[in-house]
Design a protein around this ligand. Structure first.
Ligand code: PMP
Length: 440
């Protein structure tokens, strides 16, 4: 009984105190609730630190430190990066740039970009649907459509976003997306985001793709096959004619990502279709980036008018993202025009690719399946060796990036060389000589 009274008394006192506090708070000026901002920030930080993605980065860093290998990534280039570059005040032969035809830094290309800045400023400000276009947007799209002998073309602000936006918007649940196992991450991301069934076929294996479609095709409404003109890790090519046959047989759409083959393959740089003689209309979606041979930033899809119209009218990745900056559109248009006017640049790139490949093979280096154009790997066989070789080459004035696990399988860790029209044969020979010494 006494206990009950005591509880009641305490409860009444607590209520009184609460009411007094409430009255006081109402009459007092507003004060935000007391919060230990430092503590909250520390807690958020700890939660980020515990994320597996962060742990993975730290494991790599600690591993690198323990082995005494400096990170070869995020190097600061102090000028135009092409066949040569400047890092930390020192000149390097450079193989880490996609400036395949030397168009980035070309005085005429830069002049066109500068003119566009003077005329339109530096930003397109918002989505082209909302903030409006500049004449250069449509001029670039028309020029790309003509280059691909396609009905129309739409340019996105990023190459990566082009694949994600186009694939995820055009296809959805009930559809099938099949892509090469080595297709770029942006294709895989687009497929995942689409909600379509995603299947993967072994690299360049059109026979396996055919068998897969024979089994699975009828269960789905639309089917998309996505491949690349030149594969970005291995520098090899698909047998385009066979892929066209397969896509025709199974009433599928075929998309070819020409990031590394536009301006690289074919006598006039028209990519894998010129290289193989396949008519342009046989491919339903031509995709390309503006960041490589076209000296800008962005991506495009060229193809038939209804498909391009859909993308332009309602693909979220286009509608809800800013238009390409006019200066970059101007740079890419200028590069596309120069590429067509100066096929000798393309010939030089092809000569240098072949020279690199032949010399590397003759030196006993493993170049994998590379066809010897824009991308040539030298497979070291272990991640550690790839990083060691990259650092050793760097010390000798050669900049090339290692690619290692998990980007590729451990046993196929490599150095990846991007070949430019502007490389000199002596630079290539010198590079191979040093690598041959490292391999001994
Ligand atoms: N596709 C392929 C095959 C690529 O290699 C890349 C990037 N190198 C992209 C798309 C994305 O292009 P961007 O870097 O211009 O966004």
């Amino acid at each position: 009984m006494e206990l009950k009274n005591l509880r009641q008394t305490l409860a009444a006192q607590a209520l009184k105190r609460q009411m007094e506090r409430a009255i006081k708070a109402e009459s007092a000026p507003f004060k935000p609730p007391a919060m230990d901002a430092g503590r909250t920030a520390r807690q958020a930080r700890e939660r980020f630190e515990a994320m597996p993605q962060y742990q993975q980065i730290k494991i790599m860093q600690v591993g690198g430190d323990k082995l005494g290998v400096a990170s070869p990534f995020f190097r600061v280039h102090e000028g135009i990066a092409g066949a040569t570059t400047r890092i930390g005040g020192r000149a390097y032969i450079n193989y880490s740039s996609y400036n395949y035809l030397g168009m980035s830094g070309d005085p005429l290309v830069s002049a066109r970009a500068k003119e566009a800045i003077d005329q339109y400023g530096t930003s397109a400000s918002a989505s082209r649907a909302v903030a409006g276009e500049r004449p250069i947007h449509r001029q670039l799209e028309r020029a790309l459509a003509d280059f691909y002998e396609a009905e129309d073309c739409v340019v996105f602000v990023s190459g990566y976003a082009t694949n994600v936006a186009a694939v995820s918007y055009l296809f959805g649940p009930g559809d099938l997306i099949v892509h090469d196992e080595l297709a770029h991450n942006s294709i895989a991301q687009g497929a995942q985001l689409s909600g379509a069934k995603r299947l993967i076929f072994p690299h360049n294996d059109w026979n396996a793709l055919d068998a897969l479609l024979r089994r699975a095709r009828r269960e789905y409404r639309h089917a998309l096959i996505a491949i690349e003109g030149i594969y970005s890790m291995d520098g090899d090519l698909p047998d385009l004619e066979r892929f066209v046959e397969v896509k025709t047989r199974h009433e599928a759409f075929l998309m070819v990502d020409e990031a590394h083959s536009l301006g690289v393959l074919g006598r006039t740089g028209r990519g894998i279709r010129e290289h193989t003689g396949v008519p342009p209309g046989a491919i339903d979606l031509w995709m390309g980036t503006l960041s490589k041979t076209l000296a800008g930033c962005g991506g495009f899809i060229a193809g038939c008018q209804p498909m391009v119209e859909m993308l332009r009218a309602s693909a979220p990745g286009f509608m809800y993202s800013v238009g390409i900056p006019p200066a970059l559109a101007a740079a890419s248009l200028a590069a596309l025009e120069r590429l067509q006017a100066e096929p000798e640049r393309i010939a030089a790139l092809q000569t240098h690719g072949k020279l690199f490949l032949d010399a590397a093979r003759a030196a006993g280096l493993n170049t994998g399946a590379s066809a010897g154009y824009s991308v040539i790997p030298v497979i070291t066989g272990s991640s550690l060796k790839a990083v060691h070789w990259s650092n050793a080459l760097f010390e000798q004035g050669i900049n090339v990036q290692p690619i290692f696990y998990p980007a590729v399988e451990e046993k196929t860790a490599r150095l990846r060389f991007f070949i430019c029209s502007t490389h000199q044969p002596e630079q290539i020979e010198h590079t191979i000589k040093i690598m041959a010494q490292l391999a001994q």
